[in-house]
Write a protein that binds this ligand. Structure first.
Ligand SMILES: [Zn+2]
Length: 156
């Protein structure tokens, strides 16, 4: 009888712990990605946006994305945190500008709710960080064009 009571106790405690963890999904951004989330926040705040990833429930994760063409993804979810997922292989081979670009692009989806914009200028250069793939237009983030690309990103 004591044994049964103890088992029930364990079950009840077990369920309580489970249910306490479930509804409050914590926001946990990978420490490697966090500095780039911070840069996005700074650039956004310079342009009048208030960025609170906890309140917006946006987190960033470094994962293996099986489709090798996909460098990053933004998962929208009403009940759970929105996830920015960056492909770990892309990340490990990316330079600083490419790391900034992929975070800006995915937070463009996840934070700014922007869609893709594939237009280019007469020389074939992408008009936006929000282009859908490296094939549609020419793009590289440089100290010379960084500010205008960021202005464009936050203009919508
Ligand atoms: Zn995209």
């Amino acid at each position: 009888m004591v044994k049964i009571a103890r088992n029930i106790f364990i079950l009840v405690v077990g369920f309580t712990l489970m249910f306490r963890c479930e509804p409050e999904d914590l926001i946990e951004t990978d420490a490697v990605l966090q500095p780039y989330f911070d840069i996005f926040k700074e650039e956004a705040e310079l342009r009048g946006f208030a960025v609170d990833y906890e309140a917006e429930r946006i987190e960033g994760l470094l994962q293996q994305i099986p489709n090798s063409n996909v460098q990053g993804q933004c998962f929208h979810n009403t009940s759970k945190p929105k996830k920015v997922v960056i492909d770990v292989d892309y990340w490990n081979n990316a330079n600083e500008s490419q790391k900034e670009f992929i975070i800006f692009h995915e937070l463009g989806h996840c934070f700014l709710d922007r869609d893709h914009l594939d237009e280019s200028d007469s020389s074939g250069n992408c008009l936006s960080i929000m282009h859908s793939s490296p094939q549609v237009c020419r793009f590289s983030l440089t100290p010379a064009n960084r500010k205008s690309y960021l202005d464009e990103l936050f203009s919508e």
